[in-house]
Ligand binder design. Structure first.
Ligand code: 6R9
Length: 659
């Protein structure tokens, strides 16, 4: 073991380098008693009271977990609470009314700070307006807004009156909006005239109008005027201007509606591998307890921190870790509109520097982009305020993990690699930064109380080092309660494969493959579909990609299978390089050699195709299926789900030149 700079101990083991949490971090961590793992184990499910205790309850619960109707579990079911009360009122009552709740950084350099009191006032006024315009408890309100403060305000206003919200990512199409509103029978919509995209005004309302035309139900709509004179718009019947409503209800307050812990807080649509999007239902009590607890224990958020999760609220990460988790804890949450490279590639570091951000949470796709752009961009800013870094959304291989720790975290910030899903509601696998050693490339052990297991086809635990299916054997508070209006699909998608209802043995299936090491650390490899079969051997795309990404100069890689004329499958690798590294012969050789030595000659890519970017979904996940179609020369399906559709043509052109 080497003791580096007195910061703690780093060690090299057979499974790579591990980093002990730095002493200085442990000393101040919210959770630093290693006994927490055992405590949750021996005291399960009552251990989860520790999470519930972070909330204020109108009526205390008596039963922690009711499992009589598995897999429809109920947490804290006889308790009552209101999420907006927990995120606002109670912080006013505890003397924090002038503390900043949201610091917003707009795309055009605008800045707005909302204190808890400001946020309380605006949420109340909007809640009064929604109620006046007809929204009742349990009505689903759809919110179709970009990253402007009115988005969390509308969510909290809904929560205040007990109306579940369904946020639809602003970049999705009119069709996608209509499908989601139709599926949720939603008759209320909050949207805006438009927003800026790289400096251009972009019309959002026309998409909302098209969705309304496609819907059978009448839709009452509130429109936030984001663009003013840059994009004039007219309001029709049943449409109201957000700011006019605020004037009309100025100064009004609405008593928070006391909700049962199991009442729906929100719905979040996520795409399945097949068919209609799934409306994942989240509860009020269990969800809020789990996001508050993980914000506290995993992200180490403290009330006086400036905390920044640079995701979009249109996805689960933003719901849990921009809005509900940090606001429940009364901290300052930063919210930014735009992209990390506009107006320049140091946008994020400029924001960290100026706001003295303590905790920063982002996705591997962003980290790989930062790495590609080079260390000068963060290097020009003072990032010394950072205490903890987090990542979520995809597997992260050791090189970008180390780069993140080194160039953003200054070498002394713990990095938490958090595995979770829309369906898990909150983090379920991660190191606890004040306790557990970190292993780059591995998310870590299951959180205390989470029974994550990697199993084989028969549902038996696999041996360390073997690949299997990632499952969770016991319920947890933040878990999805069902799919909206579709209990059957909920059971079929997540429970059927590994459960044995006859013996009341229920096991949740995540849809991911993973590996576990001798210390119980889980490395998530990717979705079950992300497998290529070469000569009868099943190779995980993520392992090959990680070997490629280890080559000097590689920023990001995706591999797919291509059926050759002889019926064999060849591996095609799509690669983007770091700035300053060209796509020459040398790097091709390094890539192939790396794969060969990490996995074997079988996995050696037949073709290496260089591209400035990989095609990504709007939530930042690599679209391998599309790359597979490109490699196989197949007709490409709908590319509207892509963030960067223009890249596909470039890749197609490049394929001709590949060796
Ligand atoms: C929070 C979120 C869920 C899927 C999940 C997995 C992948 C998320 C990960 C990770 C490896 C991590 N994923 N975190 N893979 N390591 N730390 O992203 O939710 O959009 O529903 O995606 O993302 O494949 O199953 P969601």
């Amino acid at each position: 073991m080497v003791d580096r700079n007195g910061w703690g101990r780093d060690a090299s083991t057979s499974s790579g380098t591990t980093h002990a949490p730095p002493e200085s971090f442990v000393e101040q961590a919210n959770v630093s008693d290693p006994g927490v793992h055992d405590e949750f184990e021996t005291n399960w499910p009552d251990c989860w009271e520790r999470a519930a205790a972070l909330l204020s309850w109108d009526e205390p619960y008596e039963t922690v977990l009711a499992d009589g109707d598995a897999p429809f579990y109920r947490w804290f079911a006889d308790g009552r609470l209101n999420a907006s009360y927990n995120c606002l009122d109670r912080h006013l009552e505890s003397g924090r009314k002038n503390h900043a709740a949201i610091r917003w950084e707009g795309k055009r350099g605008e800045r707005r700070t909302y204190t808890y009191r400001d946020l309380y006032v605006e949420v109340n006024e909007f809640a009064a307006a929604l109620r006046d315009r007809g929204v009742e408890e349990d009505d689903v309100v759809t919110i179709y807004l970009p990253m402007i403060p009115e988005l969390p305000i509308a969510m909290l206003a809904c929560a205040r009156i007990g109306a579940p919200h369904s946020v639809v990512f602003a970049g999705l199409s009119a069709d996608a909006l209509a499908t989601r509103m139709d599926a949720a029978d939603s008759e209320y919509l909050v949207t805006c005239d438009g927003y800026y995209r790289r400096g251009d005004a972009f019309n959002q309302k026309s998409k909302a109008d098209n969705a309304r035309i496609a819907l059978e139900q009448d839709v009452r709509t509130v429109v936030v005027d984001r663009l003013g004179d840059d994009l004039p718009h007219v309001l029709g019947d049943d449409e109201w201007d957000y700011h006019d409503l605020r004037d009309e209800f100025a100064g009004e307050t609405v008593a928070p509606v006391s909700r049962g812990a199991e009442d729906m807080l929100f719905l979040m649509y996520t795409s399945g591998t097949t068919g209609e999007p799934k409306g994942v239902v989240h509860s009020t009590g269990g969800y809020l307890a789990h996001v508050a607890w993980t914000s506290h224990a995993v992200l180490d958020v403290k009330p006086d921190d400036t905390y920044w999760c640079a995701a979009d609220i249109g996805w689960i990460t933003g719901h849990s870790y921009i809005v509900y988790g940090p606001l429940a804890l009364g901290t300052t949450t930063v919210m930014y509109e735009g992209t990390p490279d506009y107006p320049d590639r140091d946008r994020l570091w400029e924001i960290v520097d100026r706001n003295a951000v303590d905790v920063f949470y982002t996705a591997p796709t962003a980290i790989r982009a930062f790495m590609k752009w080079g260390s000068d961009y963060p290097g020009d800013h003072d990032l010394s305020s950072l205490r903890l870094l987090g990542t979520v959304g995809e597997p992260i291989s050791p090189r970008p993990w180390n780069w993140y720790r080194e160039h953003i975290g200054g070498g002394d910030c713990p990095v938490v690699d958090t595995w979770w899903q829309t369906e898990t509601g909150a983090v379920t696998i991660s190191t606890l930064p004040g306790i557990d050693a970190m292993k780059p490339g591995s998310a870590g052990p299951p959180l205390p109380g989470i029974d994550a297991r990697v199993v084989d086809e028969a549902g038996d635990d696999v041996a360390p080092g073997e690949t299997g299916y990632l499952t969770i054997g016991r319920p947890w508070p933040g878990m999805a309660r069902t799919l909206y209006d579709n209990d059957e699909r909920f059971v079929a998608e997540y429970w059927r494969r590994f459960s044995e209802p006859a013996s009341d043995d229920w096991r949740y299936f995540s849809g991911d493959t993973a590996r576990v090491d001798e210390d119980g650390y889980i490395t998530v490899l990717g979705r079950v579909d992300d497998v290529i079969s070469v000569s009868g051997h099943r190779l995980g795309t993520v392992e090959i990609e990680s070997a490629i990404a280890d080559a000097d100069g590689v920023a990001e890689a995706a591999v797919v299978g291509r059926s050759s004329e002889t019926g064999e499958t060849d591996i095609y690798a799509y690669v983007s390089t770091e700035s300053g590294h060209d796509s020459g012969r040398e790097i091709r050789r390094a890539i192939r050699d790396n794969v060969e030595s990490a996995i074997g000659p079988l996995a050696r890519p037949e073709a290496v195709i260089f591209t400035p970017e990989l095609p990504k979904t709007r939530s930042g996940k690599i679209m391998r299926r599309l790359l597979e179609d490109v490699a196989n020369g197949e007709e490409l399906g709908d590319t509207s789900a892509l963030r960067n559709p223009e890249i596909v043509g470039e890749i197609q052109a490049e394929i001709g030149d590949a060796d």
